[in-house]
Design a protein around this ligand. Structure first.
Ligand code: NAD
Ligand code: TYD
Length: 354
């Protein structure tokens, strides 16, 4: 079996659903169910005998050690994190707790578990540390995309906490021999993404006829990766990746934020005729320390593991909008009072104008 951390979040749940659909071995999902974690994301596999959920904190080393001793996973796929840059600016401490302390506790427990395995199992064991391209910092418009050799230059509390986790993951591999692989992926999008990140927020607000907040000039660039492509890449890394290596995973879809928002509006104009949704775009104050551009050079994973993205951005956006249209109940269930309070706090200019 495998242990997945943070499996109730956006990418972790996509990974588990995909893993079990592909006939993968049993999954134990350890998740704290923060505001970003939803049991409903895994409703489809709730009664699958291969799936088990445990409510808990990755920073609880004793608990994690007991789970590893009891279930003896052959791999850990580590998604659990505080993942939203804006929240890391509003309150960095939770990011240090989960992303730094939590990851190191998990590494320590994994190391103790791994050192007790018989040699064959120890050799096959993998700790897959899911990280982000944001650890590399910000690129200028004409600079080449991030390779795995790009220096770490994190700029936000979120990316600094992920960079810190990556350094510890590297150290556990180098010092203790734990077979760690780190992946650095670009911005994901797709079904079940919590509507605080750009794409689901834009879809959610456009469907509700609410303003679409664009920070600053909206010309910041991200490289968009469909979550289904990301899951396929992670499976390839788990199967064929080399311990001690890092792999960049990108979507080959660099777009400015304004292009992204306009693409979504175009799709929603077709689905909900009668209004031009781009009229809802509002430029609001810029994010503090806003990184201008991220871009991934994915040649290493293509060359070594034969993986490349398959979903074209425009099609991926169409499918994602369709998913949100068909799953209004999911959106309703995750946009509670706490969500509304976050939106009020994060977008005061929009609330004042409303
Ligand atoms: P998410 O915020 O949707 O989900 C995070 C999950 O982790 C939630 O289910 C939450 O309950 C759980 N969690 C948080 N703290 C925990 C703790 N202390 N113990 C156990 N569980 C805890 O995040 P996501 O978008 O699915 O991202 C998954 C991983 O991928 C993260 O490590 C993130 O840094 C990385 N990543 C995400 C993106 C992206 O675009 N979403 C891009 C690059 C990298
Ligand atoms: P986000 O989805 O938060 O991902 P990240 O900050 O990890 O890249 O943001 C993507 C881009 O969209 C980023 O440049 C910030 C911008 N953005 C807006 O312009 N408006 C918004 O309301 C949000 C949430 C993000």
């Amino acid at each position: 079996m495998i242990l997945v951390t943070g499996g109730c979040g956006f990418i972790g749940s996509a990974f588990i659903l995909d893993w079990l659909a592909q006939g993968g071995e049993p999954v134990l999902n350890l998740d704290l169910l923060t505001y970003a974690g939803h049991l409903g994301n895994l409703r489809a596999v709730e009664s699958d005998p291969r799936y088990r959920f445990v409510h808990g904190d990755i920073a609880d080393g004793t608990r994690v050690a007991a789970l590893l001793g009891e279930h003896r996973p052959r791999a850990i796929v580590h998604f659990a994190a505080e993942s939203h840059v804006d929240r890391s600016i509003a309150g960095p401490q939770a990011f240090i707790h989960t992303n730094v302390v939590g990851t190191t506790r998990l590494l320590q427990a994994a190391h103790e578990h791994w050192s007790r395995l018989p040699p064959g199992e120890a050799q096959a064991f993998r700790f897959l540390n899911v990280s982000t391209d944001e650890v590399f910092g910000s690129l200028g418009a004409s600079e080449p995309a991030f390779t795995e050799a790009h220096p770490y230059q994190p700029n936000s509390p979120y990316s600094a906490s992920k960079a810190s986790a990556d350094h510890f993951a590297r150290a556990w591999c180098h010092t203790f021999g734990l077979p760690v692989i780190t992946t650095n992926c670009s911005n994901n999008y797709g079904p079940r993404q919590f509507p605080e990140k750009l794409i689901p927020l834009t879809i959610h607000n456009a469907l509700a006829g609410q303003p679409l907040p664009v920070y600053g000039d909206g010309l910041q660039v991200r490289d968009w990766l469909h979550v289904g492509d990301h899951c396929a890449a992670l499976r390839a890394v788990l199967e064929r990746g080399r311990p001690g290596e890092t792999y960049n995973i990108g979507g080959r879809a660099e777009r400015t934020n304004l292009e992204v928002v306009h693409t979504i509006c175009g799709v929603i104009d077709e689905a909900r005729p009668g209004r031009t949704h781009a009229e809802l775009i509002r430029h609001v104050g810029d994010r503090r320390g806003h990184d201008r551009r991220y871009a991934i050079d994915g040649s290493k994973i293509a060359r070594e593991l034969g993986w490349q993205p398959a979903v074209a951005f425009e099609q991926g956006i169409r499918d994602t909008v369709q998913w949100y249209l068909a799953n209004a109940g999911w959106v309703e269930s995750v946009t509670s009072g706490a969500y509304r309070r976050w939106v009020e706090q994060q977008y005061p200019a929009l609330n004042a104008a409303a």
